[in-house]
Every structure is written in structure tokens, then in C-alpha cells.
Design a protein around this ligand. Structure first.
Ligand SMILES: Cc1cc2nc3c(=O)[nH]c(=O)nc-3n(C[C@H](O)[C@H](O)[C@H](O)COP(=O)(O)OP(=O)(O)OC[C@H]3O[C@@H](n4cnc5c(N)ncnc54)[C@H](O)[C@@H]3O)c2cc1C
Length: 569
């Protein structure tokens, strides 16, 4: 029952309103007029590509012609035409057919048996009949959303799984902002790799640095507890693999602006949240020190100086108005409201000194989302007291300051004195992905330094004989569906992780397109043949359309949350 409640809602959840493509959705776009052409503009570069591919010629021509005249009436007409076009595209998007629901439910039945087979292991019984000669070695890089979903569904009776990651646990990233102000405890948002699937062969704490594609050997730099105490690098080891699953995510892009790396905190891992929490606490305590706090007996000049110091220390600047920055600004505001409540709050005396500043280069916060949501985010933060600076660029970050300029200027126009700088502006590929791309053919290069993958998450290989030996998923992968690239979300990563696990569990021949069953297990073969899955379907993200389906999935999601909360930690 638990396995059922655990898996099905997860799958169903991934199909509904939290649709992975919602942020590249056509209605997000704005119409922009430029000299002689009209651009349908969206913040995502991929989307512009999408529109230019999808518009039919007459409309394109009409748009170009009308825009030249620059008359308000024409503009409105074009905007209406574009919106009508976008709306029709949305209406014609593929929806979740009944067949998909049935298939996903049957996947869940498969998962139930998988989880049941793990039960004896929980009671200390180690199975002896595992056929080691036919168990391929699957090396999974990462322990984030995609890798975690894979581990949950991977059949360790058939697969010899080795996980390599610098952190030995999975983090439920949407809760990081809450953890950084203490609303959520770390243990409630993490799960150890070894607990996610106790039957994996090994977990190795380290970072993949390079690989030899021909020999199918990976190099791993082990983490060292002695870094900083003893000289020398920690040892590097080699691991041979049959399949390499790359789920290394992305990293915070903090190397472009001088000082950002050195003088900012980030919010990507549990350690980041811990550091942020400590820093917020320290700032509050600093501002409460006897030599800094307000004292009516002092001269007005001294009181003013103290207030300036407190205000500086209690200015929390967040750079980046994407989901992370907005979430964090919201959490910090709620937290500040709580702790400065008269009488019941811990720091009521600091009420007028604390402020949160959110700095964003673009026109709108959370540009990935629908226009209404963007407006709502801005309004809600401003109402909560956040000082939101739009169209503002950061040119330098220092120990206790940030230099700001307007979006189109490189000359610093303001120095903001800060107690805490938090960098949440953009992401970039991790070094391993850059290295991997150097070994792969040029067509493997996707946008933003990601690895381009096919519907089965395989990346192009230099030698065709090795095609199918490396799969890339989650944020590190560039996956194109219906002319749009999927966004960097936990939903996409989680679905891809479970999808890859099923490809491996069912023993598809991944060198073929589409992959075909090669399993020798008659039961598995019969089961999948009945379901029409002798050829593997690609990874798809259909939408729910029917309110009943949404209701059902919401009920199941609540069960899921309950059971996950009960069972995982
Ligand atoms: C603060 C925050 C809030 C978010 N909120 C949401 C949300 O509400 N909804 C949503 O859908 N998405 C959200 N996201 C995005 C979501 O977390 C990511 O899209 C998701 O984590 C991507 O999963 P992944 O498995 O690709 O990468 P990650 O989860 O980032 O995991 C990458 C893993 O790879 C490891 N790794 C890195 N380099 C190497 C290497 N060289 N070798 C081995 N291992 C390596 C890392 O340690 C990590 O364990 C949020 C992200 C953040 C940071």
C-alpha cells in the first residue's frame, strides 16, 4: 500500500498543472515592435526559436508588413492575432490521454512489486541468487532530484548501482528557502542516498572529473575530510561502467561579476541553507549588541550612527529575481515579520532596521512564469515590504556592499551597503559537463552549455558502437519537446530519473532507436508485450485536461505527501 501511495501520485502529479512546460508556455510571450519587424518575445531564448519555427508564413508576413506602419490600431490587431495564435496553440497541445494514465498506473503496479522485493533486505536478509555476471554496472552521477528518482525505482536485483556524488543525501530543494530561516528542519527535507535505496552496490563520496568514453571508465576525485588540514589533493579513483547516468545538475553562476563568488552566500544545498541561517542569526545578534543597539540616553548623533550600523548589518540583499530569489525574499519577509512582532517577537526593537532588497536585471520578476504570476509576485513582495529593484545590474560585490547600475549602463550609480549578500542570479554547467561535452561530437552541445539528448535521454556519441552508454537527465540535459526546451525544474528531473530507471529495469537495448526489449525474463517480456511496450516509448510530458483527473491527482498527491513524510525520515 505504501509503495502504491508513494509512486502513483508522484507520477500523476508530474502530469498536471505543475506542468514542466508551463514556463515555456506560449501565452507568456509579449509582442515587441522593432523598426521593420515584430518580435514575439519571451525571456527564454528557446521560445523565440519556437515561435519562429511555428508561425505560418502569411501571419509572419502580415506581422512584418503591419508593424512598419507603426500605427496604434495596427499594433493592436497584430497583438490580437498573435494572442489568438498562441491560444490556439495552447488549446491544441497534446493532453494526457486515458492510455497514458493506464500505463502510468501499471508502472506503479510494477513499482509495488519492486518495493516488495526489497522488504526482506530491510529485515537483514541478503539475497544470494543475484546473477553477478549479467548485472550491468550503472554509475549514477549526482544525488539530486533526477538521481534520487532513479534510485527509488531502480531494480538492484538486475542492476549493480554505484552512486557518485559530493553529497551523500538528496535535498528537497523547494524547501531550502524555508530551511534557511528555520521554518523547516534539514532532516525534514533530506534523504540519505543509502536510505533512498539500501540495496545499491555503493555510494562514493566524490566528484566525477573526467571520463574515457572509449574504455568506459570514469575518474572520480574523492572528497577528503582532511582538505585544509593536510596538504595534497584527495585521491582520484577510476570506476568502470556499462552505463553512465549523468545527473549532476547545474551550479550557481557567480563567476561573472567581480566579488560575487567571494562575498555572497548561495542557496543550492543544505550547507548553503545552514550558512545562510547562521549568517542571518549573527546579523540579528550583532544589531542587538550593547554597543550597537539603540539607547535613548545617547546623543542624537551617536544614536544616528548606531542606527546606520544596524541598518547596514540588517540589509539582506538578494541578487536575482528568479524563483529562488523570489522564494527566499518571501521567506525572509515572513520571518522578519514574526521576529519583530511587538511583545511576542524575539527582536521587536529591530523592526525599523531590517530590510530585504531584491535586485533583478529584468523587467519582471520570475520571467519564466505567466504574466499574471509575475505581477502577483512583484505586488506581493512589495506589499510585504521588500525593496524590489527591477532593471538593475550588479557590477561588483564586496564584503559589505553591492555596486549597482541601471540595466543599460556599466557605470555604477549606487552603492548599497549590506550585511548579507545572497547570489541567486542564474545557473551554469558544472565543470564535469563542460568536460563531457569536449569528448562528445558538436551536435551534443545544447543551449546554456547543456548536453543535448534524444527522447530516451541518450546523448550523441563519438563512436556509434557506444551509443546508449551515456544518458543525461535533469538540469544538465537539454531536452526538446514539441519545439520547446524543458525548463530546469524538479518535476522534469524527477520524471526523467524514474523514466531512465524503467528503461534499465526492463532491459531495453539502448543502442537501438527506439530501444527494444532484450530481457531474457519471460515474465517481464510477457508483461511488457501485453502493454505494447516491446519498444520503449520516449520520455513525454502530456498535460491533464479534465478537472476530474486533476481532483483525483490532488487527492493522491495529499496521500503521497503524508506517506512520504511518514516513511522517509
Ligand atoms: C532554492 C531552490 C528552489 C527550487 N524550487 C523548485 C520548485 O519549487 N519547483 C521545481 O520544480 N524546481 C525547483 N528548483 C529547481 C530544482 O531543484 C532543480 O531543477 C532540480 O534540482 C534538478 O535536479 P537534478 O537532479 O538535475 O540536479 P540537482 O538536484 O541539482 O542534483 C545534482 C547533483 O549532482 C551532484 N554533482 C554535481 N557535480 C557532480 C559531479 N561532478 N560528480 C558527481 N556528482 C555531482 C550534486 O552534488 C547534486 O547532488 C529549485 C532549486 C533551488 C536551488
Amino acid at each position: 500500500v505504501q509503495a502504491f501511495l508513494l509512486r502513483l501520485p508522484l507520477d500523476v502529479n508530474f502530469g498536471i498543472g505543475l506542468h514542466p512546460r508551463s514556463d515555456s508556455f506560449p501565452l507568456n510571450s509579449d509582442v515587441e515592435f522593432k523598426d521593420d519587424i515584430t518580435l514575439v518575445k519571451n525571456t527564454s531564448a528557446h521560445f523565440e526559436e519556437y515561435i519562429s519555427l511555428s508561425f505560418d508564413d502569411p501571419l509572419k508576413t502580415a506581422m512584418k508588413g503591419e508593424a512598419k506602419k507603426e500605427e496604434p490600431g495596427d499594433r493592436q490587431e497584430i497583438i490580437d492575432a498573435v494572442q489568438a495564435f498562441q491560444w490556439s496553440m495552447w488549446k491544441n497541445e497534446p493532453r494526457l490521454p486515458l492510455e497514458t494514465i493506464v500505463q502510468r498506473t501499471l508502472d506503479t503496479v510494477e513499482d509495488i512489486f519492486l518495493h516488495l522485493r526489497r522488504v526482506p533486505y530491510d529485515y537483514g536478509w541478503v539475497p544470494e541468487y543475484i546473477d553477478e555476471r549479467n548485472r550491468p554496472t550503472i554509475v549514477v552521477l549526482g544525488s539530486g532530484w533526477a538521481a534520487h528518482a532513479l534510485l527509488k525505482v531502480a531494480d538492484t536485483y538486475k542492476l549493480r548501482i554505484i552512486v557518485v556524488s559530493p553529497s551523500n543525501h538528496f535535498v528537497f530543494t523547494p524547501m531550502l528557502a524555508s530551511a534557511s530561516v528555520g521554518t523547516v528542519e534539514y532532516r525534514s527535507m533530506t534523504e540519505a542516498v543509502r536510505a533512498a535505496n539500501p540495496m545499491i552496490e555503493n555510494y562514493i563520496e566524490g566528484v566525477a572529473t573526467s571520463l574515457d568514453i572509449q574504455r568506459q571508465v570514469l575518474k572520480v576525485q574523492l572528497n577528503s575530510l582532511l582538505v585544509g588540514i593536510r596538504e595534497g589533493d584527495p585521491p582520484e579513483i577510476e570506476i568502470a561502467y556499462d552505463k553512465l547516468i549523468v545527473a549532476v545538475g547545474v551550479k550557481v553562476a557567480d563567476s561573472m561579476v567581480p566579488g560575487a563568488l567571494e562575498y555572497s552566500l548561495r542557496l543550492k544545498t543544505c550547507d548553503d541553507a545552514r550558512r545562510l541561517r547562521t549568517a542571518v542569526g549573527e546579523a540579528l545578534e550583532f544589531a542587538s549588541r550593547p554597543d550597537v543597539k539603540d539607547d535613548p540616553l545617547l546623543s542624537s548623533l551617536e544614536r544616528e550612527q548606531r542606527q546606520m550600523e544596524r541598518r547596514k548589518r540588517l540589509t539582506f540583499a538578494i541578487v536575482g529575481g528568479g524563483p529562488t530569489g523570489v522564494e527566499l525574499a518571501g521567506e525572509l519577509t515572513d520571518f522578519i515579520k514574526d521576529i519583530t512582532k511587538p511583545r511576542v517577537g524575539a527582536y521587536p526593537q529591530l523592526r525599523d532596521d531590517i530590510r530585504v532588497v531584491l535586485i533583478h536585471g529584468g523587467e519582471d520578476l520570475v520571467p519564466q512564469f505567466d504574466v499574471d504570476l509575475r505581477k502577483h509576485a512583484l505586488k506581493s513582495l512589495r506589499n510585504g515590504g521588500v525593496d524590489v529593484r527591477l532593471r538593475t545590474k550588479v557590477s561588483e560585490v564586496g564584503n559589505s556592499y553591492i555596486r549597482l547600475s541601471s540595466k543599460d549602463s556599466d557605470v555604477p550609480e549606487e552603492t548599497l551597503y549590506t550585511g548579507l549578500n545572497i547570489w541567486a542570479a542564474g545557473t551554469e554547467s558544472v565543470p564535469f559537463v563542460t568536460h563531457l561535452l569536449e569528448s562528445l561530437p558538436p551536435e551534443a552541445r545544447g543551449p546554456q552549455g547543456k548536453v543535448r539528448v534524444d527522447p530516451w535521454l541518450r546523448c550523441p556519441m563519438p563512436v556509434s558502437a557506444q551509443f546508449g552508454s551515456i544518458l543525461v537527465m535533469g538540469d544538465a540535459a537539454s531536452f526538446r519537446e514539441n519545439e520547446a526546451f524543458l525548463p530546469q525544474t524538479a518535476q522534469v528531473a524527477g520524471q526523467q530519473g524514474a523514466f531512465v530507471a524503467r528503461l534499465l529495469d526492463r532491459d531495453y537495448d539502448l543502442s537501438l532507436t527506439p530501444p527494444r526489449l532484450k530481457t531474457r525474463s519471460p515474465m517481464m517480456r510477457t508483461w511488457l508485450n501485453i502493454r505494447g511496450l516491446e519498444q520503449a516509448e520516449g520520455c513525454t510530458y502530456p498535460r491533464f485536461d479534465n478537472p476530474l483527473q486533476i481532483l483525483l491527482s490532488l487527492i493522491l498527491v495529499s496521500f503521497y505527501s503524508f506517506w512520504w513524510g511518514q516513511s522517509s525520515f
